[in-house]
Design a protein around this ligand. Structure first.
Ligand code: GRF
Length: 194
């Protein structure tokens, strides 16, 4: 594996809509020497996203964009990413669906983390649906983004056991901890054959 150091690391944009714990975790990961990425910017559809505090804390460029699929708005986002030479997009709790055109422009360069063992439980409200079905295990998945929701090529998964007294909040918290390990591992895996 070629080690990417300093300026040679892949410039990465993280897209968030909410709490941003995965964003914070990716910032920390990016600072390790073995990390192939550097976080160039954070982009959100929601100016109130809590996770944006980490942009200030870690001095990362932050941008709020409108993701309504209007061509002119999408162009603004694509122009910004191009100007910043972004080579990888990590979706982390990002609640908007990207257009086919956008995905095509970044084909194979958009990752997402989803809190289930895909292909099971795509979409929202994952943990409650898992519990309603009395599953014994759930987990999380890092996958490439394609034009179908939560359906791109799976990079890595982590299985998590479900306990009798779990509710969706407890389960979400247990899975989130695993997400923070899985996302960096998946990024290393992708870039390991450079
Ligand atoms: C995570 O569980 C992620 O898998 C899902 O949304 C949640 C985001 O959490 N897509 P955070 O904003 O990274 O804390």
């Amino acid at each position: 594996m070629v080690r990417l150091i300093g300026k040679n690391k892949i410039k990465t944009a993280v897209f968030i809509s909410g709490t941003g714990s995965n964003f914070k975790n990716l910032i920390k990961f990016s600072k390790y020497r073995r990390s192939p990425i550097q976080i160039n910017c954070v982009i959100s559809d929601n100016k109130k996203a809590k996770g944006l505090i980490y942009a200030k804390k870690f001095r990362i460029k932050k941008k709020i964009f409108c993701f309504d699929k209007e061509k002119k708005n999408e162009k603004k986002i694509l122009d910004f990413l191009k100007k910043n030479q972004v080579g990888l997009i990590c979706l982390a709790g990002f609640m908007k669906i990207l257009s086919k055109n956008f995905i095509k422009k970044f084909n194979g360069k958009i990752l997402n983390i989803h809190p289930s063992l895909l292909p099971k439980y795509k979409g929202l409200n994952t943990h409650q649906r898992v519990l309603n079905n009395n599953e014994k295990f759930s987990g999380c998945t890092v996958h490439l983004v394609n034009s179908k929701l939560d359906s791109g090529k799976i990079i890595l998964q982590k299985k998590v056991k479900i306990f009798k007294n779990d509710n969706s909040k407890i389960l979400a918290k247990r899975i989130l901890k695993k997400e923070h390990i899985l996302y960096p591992k998946a990024i290393i895996k992708i870039f390991s054959n450079l």
